[in-house]
Design a protein around this ligand. Structure first.
Ligand SMILES: [Zn+2]
Ligand SMILES: [Zn+2]
Length: 154
């Protein structure tokens, strides 16, 4: 395995996060300043083709941006907050069950299953409720009621 493959694989494996190609490039360059962007992107593609790394789009949260994670991890679903971009991982039996049911019911040989769930995290639900309450208050006809009357010119 070439040095750049080793560096990238370690970065992806150790981070435990979902890093995009540009972030990976920046991190890899800290370890080897000679690495260039083209090499890093090409290496990521090779790792993906070799089945060592999984490429995700995470509900297109970052437009066309793709994210990378190790394939060594147990299968999991990605739960993505569409407001703040937080990504949580859900591990559990329902995913294995879904896979088995697809195999049984459709006679399909499942090689890869990717589950993404989008919504609002607990924190963003609170924020959104506050924002909506504020917006509603502003659009009310009596909203100006509490504003101090302008001082009359003497
Ligand atoms: Zn959120
Ligand atoms: Zn993940």
């Amino acid at each position: 395995m070439t040095r750049q493959r080793q560096i990238l694989l370690e970065l992806i494996d150790k981070s435990g996060k979902h890093l995009d190609a540009e972030t990976l490039f920046q991190l890899a360059r800290e370890q080897d300043p000679k690495l260039n962007r083209v090499t890093v992107y090409r290496t990521l593609k090779m790792l993906k083709q070799g089945g060592l790394v999984d490429e995700l789009d995470l509900m297109h949260l970052g437009g066309d941006q793709h994210y990378y994670e190790t394939r060594m991890k147990q299968e999991h679903a990605h739960v993505i907050c569409l407001r703040c971009g937080k990504v949580e991982e859900f591990f559990g039996e329902p995913l294995q069950r879904l896979r088995r049911q697809v195999e049984q019911n459709l006679g399909f040989d499942v090689l890869i299953a990717r589950t993404e769930i989008g919504g609002y995290c607990a924190n963003c639900q609170t924020q959104r409720a506050r924002e909506m309450a504020e917006a509603a208050a502003e659009s009310e006809p009596n909203a100006g009621e509490h504003i101090q009357p302008r001082q009359r010119k003497g």
